[in-house]
Design a protein around this ligand. Structure first.
Ligand code: 2AM
Ligand code: CA
Ligand code: CA
Ligand code: CA
Length: 269
């Protein structure tokens, strides 16, 4: 992607992200409809839909030749990542949005010919914007995020994961996962995949493990984590497919092989 064009798109996308966040904060306490999707805990609100619609209509108007992959159905059905593709989660962490009124994010990744060029993760209530352009570093608001120190040991690592890893699951033996959580220093569960990626990029968590995420949950996060030297693969160390659901490991590169080889592959079902 032409760098001048990329800067123009970056500025425009940033403006829309901040504007969408502003609207969410303003309308936060208005009455809204809450519905369920795949199961009773899989929530969607009119705020998710309206926010996505805001992005999609603006993008279609301003960049009619760009494509969109997004969660709530306003985007395109794509079979390739050819051209410029915006990958959008209007509210990541809808359960947090509904129940906690915080700890949710707007996630926007912009890919060109399959390569992640721009990423935004906006923690709306904290008003903290994580951003990155490929090869130009990652930022938390206006501060550059330092590269991850490549000295981390698994024993001193905090890893984001949820309790389902310790329940019977289809991916990794529960006994192996119990060994894993006893080995590491601590676990965290924030309930927003995008924010967990941002925290890995910030170096306040060393890794994040999750069983199944969609492209819009990870697109921005991958670009931001990349820029601080972090790595993202499936939990078994395979390349992520941005057109499908994937299990996800994003982490400091220093602990990747310990997690993948000594736990995920060892416990693989
Ligand atoms: P969402 O809030 O945009 O749906 C919650 O643990 C994290 O997993 C959130 O980032 C959430 O995104 C994501 N997630 C993916 N699939 C989900 C599902 N079926 N139900 C709830 N959260 C899901
Ligand atoms: Ca959802
Ligand atoms: Ca999501
Ligand atoms: Ca969402």
């Amino acid at each position: 992607m032409n760098l001048e064009m990329r800067d123009v798109i970056y500025k425009q996308a940033k403006e829309w992200v901040l504007q969408a966040g502003n609207t969410i904060r303003e309308k936060m306490h208005d009455r809204m409809e809450i519905n369920t999707k795949s199961n009773p805990n899989d929530l969607v609100t009119t705020m998710d839909q309206n926010t996505e619609n805001f992005f999609v209509s603006n993008i279609k108007k301003t960049y009619p030749d760009h494509f969109i992959i997004s969660e709530e159905g306003y985007g395109d059905q794509l079979e390739t990542l050819d051209g410029t593709v915006w990958i959008i989660d209007p509210i990541d962490g809808t359960m947090n949005f509904v129940h906690q009124k915080r700890n949710f994010a707007i996630s926007v990744g912009i890919y060109h010919e399959g390569v992640g060029e721009i990423g935004f993760i906006y923690d709306v209530m904290a008003d903290v914007l994580y951003s990155a352009k490929r090869n130009e570093g990652a930022f938390k608001n206006d501060d550059a995020l330092p590269s991850l120190v490549n000295k981390k040991h698994l024993l001193e690592s905090i890893v984001g994961l949820n309790h389902f890893w310790l329940c019977e699951n289809r991916l990794v033996d529960e006994q192996v996962m119990q060994d894993f959580v006893r080995t590491i220093r601590g676990t965290r569960t924030y309930g927003s995949a995008a924010l967990e990626f941002a925290y890995v990029a910030e170096g306040i968590m060393d890794g994040y493990l999750t069983m199944s995420l969609s492209p819009w949950d990870i697109a921005a996060g991958i670009v931001i984590v990349n820029e601080v030297g972090g790595v993202t693969t499936t939990i078994y160390g395979e390349e992520v497919n941005m057109l499908e659901k994937n299990s996800i490991l994003t982490c400091n590169p220093a602990i990747k092989s310990a997690i993948v080889d000594d736990y995920m592959l060892k416990g693989k079902k």
